[in-house]
Ligand binder design. Structure first.
Ligand code: BGC
Length: 717
């Protein structure tokens, strides 16, 4: 039979069944069996490794297409051809969304879904089957070079945002690929480092976002990370992939290796890798994909009888299962690219993700309030979309802070610009630029300083000065290019100075924060970032972002550094802080952060009242009222923490277990209702190797940051 004929017969077999999901599943499984029976071993092997930079093999004879993948977490990446040579086209200029950490700062689950929909739709329009995101690795240290792509230090927040994102992508008929599984929390020696981590920390901190991606979002693909976990490469890890991911979580999709993460044919065959991707073990521009671990050597191993062909069949089964839901479903609607709606989502995420950290009666400005506003800082004009590594996006456009501020300042306000600093290889201070900026600041009515981190992909030019990027961690959180001194000088020259920080983490603030009345954390806010920032500064948008990570004074205060375990020694890093990551550690040690997890200001005020707890059939229903007590419409995030009082085992002081964002007009109230299932009170018991919920007393806390608990009440379980 001809390939397409076989395929259409199989598709017909699948689609004439009833609409009932389980029947569809059964049909798909029998269709998969039939296809596998028709395949030669060589054809099967061809499907389990890369066939180009971003595809894995198909079987033309049977009408099985290649799987086409693309980065990445916040935009469909530029076209790289089959051999990494960028296509000379402008057809791949895409919607550039704010990066993951900005998305998480919105604490808006619906926006997570909309964000995913944009990616899914654009991936589809560009002929992709899998989008390589979201990145859900936990922020263990603020120095991790990829924190900008990730979501949070907290597993619950990361899980909730990832679930929305994945559903958004997959409802478009495209697969999401949640990454990087697992414990890939640093870039230093990422391909070799052995992460020594307890089972409890894995279960409570590092795995929940993956678990939720599988169980709650039905993610189609998981990317195995480069690092080792407890002695074995995580991309082929008997315990993590076969036992935990596939058996326990019930993941029935594809495990894709990170690019060139596979290190051993036998392990990859047996320990769960379904597709080996990558390029650098073979020479470009003519890569020999047959030299991959899951290519000729796998074929030989199966032929010699050392590994059963059924092991390969299982991989094919997973690949076909995903294909039948997506690329081979025959029902996909066309995608859309660069629509106004997609750009609106980029704007909305930035507006809700930018966090107001400090505001001493300065913001918001009114349009035309000042005659002149001086914008200072290279980040006000620097375009970030192409930076960071694999997550780079060729943005259709990128509104810089300066452009946005000019647009929203009002016709009677002159917006001037002084660069103040520029990126240099030695990170130094440019006295001439600084002097010019300080002089201009003294003459302006208000100053907006836009600085922080910068990321850039081209390491040949930026070696030593690239931050927030793949393959490299920061060494500390000190402001670069002399920005600290510059901020202080500007603040002295003009007390109406607002500082806007970009980047994938915080910076050290103690030497300057007291000198400025207003600070905003803008992360990498995407193609509409400049507009979002300006809307916030000029009061058209009321800020509602909340920190998804603790902001401390220096990196040394974070647990991974406090225990001396970042980035590890001799290719080994021990997560000695255990479950005490982020605020769990600051709470336990009673340390005062600069800005706590969950924190973020608004231009209006909110009150919390009427906490009501109802216990029924293993659940606790938590209700309260949030009221906008100020004069401006705004949004607040009601955060629900569970605190075990007198626990039988070592437990965090409290943990985030629910949240909801509400949008309220002045004087308006909203009822919040969150349901805590039994697991919300549990911990992973290493002795019994099971989740356990102890009887006892728990405090239910509601607040608008992890350090501002406004209502609490105890219950007994
Ligand atoms: C990154 C992945 C990315 C892949 C493909 C790897 O280096 O770690 O996140 O998806 O490259 O570009």
């Amino acid at each position: 039979m001809k390939n397409t004929l076989i395929l259409s017969i199989l598709i017909m077999m699948a689609s004439c069944g009833s609409k009932h999901i389980s029947t569809e599943k059964v049909n798909d499984e029998s269709k998969i069996d039939s296809l596998i029976q028709l395949m030669t071993l060589e054809e099967k092997i061809h499907m389990i490794h890369a066939s180009s930079s971003f595809t894995s093999g198909g079987v033309e004879r049977l009408g099985i297409p290649e799987l086409v993948m693309s980065d990445g977490p916040h935009g469909v990446r530029m076209e790289h051809g089959r051999d990494w040579t960028p296509d000379k086209t402008d057809k791949d200029m895409a919607t550039y969304l704010p990066t993951g950490i900005c998305l998480a700062s919105t604490w808006n689950k619906n926006l997570g879904y909309q964000y995913g929909s944009v990616l899914g739709s654009e991936a589809k329009a560009r002929g992709k089957d899998i989008i390589l995101g979201p990145g859900v690795n936990i922020i263990r240290s603020p120095l991790n070079g990829r924190n900008f792509e990730y979501l949070s230090e907290d597993p619950h927040l990361a899980s909730e945002m990832a679930v929305g994102y994945i559903k958004g992508v997959q409802d478009q008929g495209i697969s999401a690929c949640v990454k990087h599984y697992a414990a890939n929390n640093q870039e230093t020696e990422r391909t070799k480092v052995d992460v020594i981590v307890s089972e409890r920390a894995l279960r409570e901190i590092y795995l929940p976002a993956f678990k939720a991606s599988v169980e709650k979002a039905g993610v189609n693909a998981v990317m195995g990370s480069y690092n080792k976990v407890n002695g074995q490469y995580s991309t082929h890890h008997q315990h993590l992939i076969n036992q935990v991911l596939k058996q326990e979580f019930g993941f029935d999709g594809i495990v894709i290796s990170d690019w060139s993460a596979v290190k051993d044919t036998r392990e990859a065959l047996l320990y769960g890798t379904d597709i080996e991707m990558g390029t650098d073990i073979v020479q470009l521009p003519n890569p020999d994909y047959d030299a991959f671990f899951l290519a000729d050597s796998a074929l030989a191993m199966v032929k010699r009888g050392e590994v059963d062909e059924k092991v390969v069949d299982e991989k094919i089964r997973r690949i076909l299962r995903v294909m039948l839901k997506t690329s081979m479903s025959g029902t996909k609607s066309p995608g859309q690219f660069n629509t106004a709606e997609h750009q609106q989502t980029a704007l909305k995420v930035a507006e809700e993700g930018i966090v107001l950290l400090k505001n001493e009666n300065l913001l918001p400005f009114k349009p035309n309030q000042f005659k002149t506003i001086l914008v200072v800082g290279n980040n006000a004009v620097y375009k970030q979309a192409l930076g960071g590594g694999s997550s780079q996006v060729k943005a259709l456009y990128e509104i810089t802070a300066l452009e946005g501020l000019k647009k929203y300042a009002g016709p009677n306000t002159k917006v001037l610009f002084a660069e103040g600093y520029i990126p240099t290889n030695d990170l130094s201070y440019d006295i001439k630029l600084a002097d010019e900026a300080v002089l201009a600041a003294g003459k302006a009515d208000a100053v907006i300083f836009v600085g922080g981190w910068i990321h850039n992909y081209d390491q040949t030019v930026w070696d030593g000065t690239a931050f927030d990027m793949e393959g490299k961690d920061k060494t500390n959180l000190k402001l670069i290019y002399g920005q600290e001194e510059l901020i202080n000088r500007i603040a002295k020259a003009n007390p109406k100075t607002t500082v806007v920080l970009m980047g994938g983490s915080n910076v050290e603030m103690k030497n300057w924060m007291k000198n400025v009345p207003a600070i905003l954390q803008a992360w990498y806010p995407g193609m509409e970032g400049g507009n979002a920032l300006a809307k916030i500064i000029f009061g058209e948008t009321n800020p509602s972002g909340k920190l998804p990570m603790t902001f401390a004074n220096t990196h040394n205060e974070y647990p991974s550094h406090a225990v001396g375990e970042f980035p590890g020694k001799d290719l080994r890093v021990s997560y000695a802080e255990g479950i005490y990551v982020g605020y769990r550690y600051f709470d336990k040690q009673n340390l005062e952060p600069v800005y706590p997890f969950g924190y973020g200001l608004s231009y209006t005020g909110f009150s919390f009242s009427n906490l009501k707890l109802t216990q029924k059939s293993g659940q606790v229903v938590v209700e309260c009222t949030v009221t906008n007590t100020g004069k401006m419409a705004g949004a607040e995030v009601a955060q629900l923490y569970v605190a075990p009082l007198n626990p039988l085992v070592d437990r965090p002081v409290k943990e985030l277990k629910g949240f909801e964002k509400v949008y309220l007009k002045p004087g308006e109230s909203a009822g919040i209702k969150l349901v805590l299932e039994n697991e919300a009170f549990g911990y992973f018991d290493e002795k019994s190797h099971q989740w356990k919920t102890d009887t006892g007393t728990y405090e239910i806390q509601m607040g608008n940051s992890s350090r501002n608990i406004l209502l609490k009440e105890s219950i007994s379980l």
